[in-house]
Design a protein around this ligand. Structure first.
Ligand code: BG6
Ligand code: MG
Length: 221
């Protein structure tokens, strides 16, 4: 049976945590008097916590000491975690469960490839940890997306080549990382924002099993 490595980003792909990251950053930006909009937030998606803060400070042309930066990074994460307290499986985005179940049924290997250091507690709270054969998160990598490191490690853990790997991503940086890795990039979200992806779907309810079968059976040179 043909097999491919299916690698899922977490925030904005499996769970709608992108909105919580935004709200938590917005609170920091407001305190600093920096105008931070939803458009700006696109630049933060898929990007590490440390890099996200630098992007926000750059937006406000804000110079800060390392001490202050460390303080805001802690504050941001505390605020973010406060949104996750009551998280459960109802926060799994529409269409994700059926696709995960279908991939399991077809015995396809599945990995998580996320920049987040909070990935494991989120998988536990939402009850989907057992779907993943490998987990690579922000604690395992030293280079943030668009660097392909997170996806390359995920493919390696599953025992597949990059060409045999498929990445689901909601961020520009993540789509670029998948492309740089020579993996098949599937954007989840807006097709203008994610135009660099090989395929784009608004959400997982638009992905049918026929499409999944096609990519499983696609020949790799
Ligand atoms: C990514 C998010 O998945 O994880 C980013 O898209 C976030 O917005 C990054 O900054 C790091 O997450 P965390 O949970 O370690 O702050
Ligand atoms: Mg994401």
């Amino acid at each position: 049976m043909a097999k491919k490595a299916f690698i899922f980003d977490l925030d904005g792909v499996i769970v709608d945590t992108a909105k919580y990251h935004y709200l938590a950053w917005k609170k920091i930006a407001d305190t600093l008097g920096i105008n931070f909009t939803h458009e700006h937030n696109e630049l933060l998606k898929g990007v590490s916590r440390v890099r996200s803060l630098d992007i926000i400070l750059d937006l406000g042309k804000f110079d800060a000491s390392q001490e202050d930066k460390d303080k805001w990074l802690v504050q941001k994460n505390e605020e973010y975690l406060s949104y996750l307290v009551d998280m459960d499986e109802s926060e799994i985005l529409p269409g994700v469960f059926p696709i995960l179940k279908y991939l399991k049924e077809k015995q396809q290997p599945i990995a998580l490839g996320s920049a987040s250091k909070n990935a494991r507690p989120i998988l536990e709270k939402t009850g989907i940890m057992s779907y993943f054969d490998a987990i690579v998160d922000g604690n395992d990598v030293s280079n943030a997306k668009p660097d392909p490191e997170v996806f390359l490690i995920a493919a390696q853990k599953l025992g597949f080549t990059p060409e045999e790997s498929i990445v689901f991503e909601d961020s520009i940086a993540g789509v670029q990382a998948a492309n740089i890795a020579k993996m098949l990039s599937i954007g989840i979200g807006d097709d203008t924002t994610l135009h660099e992806a090989k395929y784009v779907f608004q959400d997982f309810t638009h992905i049918d099993t026929h499409f999944i079968d096609t990519i499983i059976n696609k020949r790799v040179n």
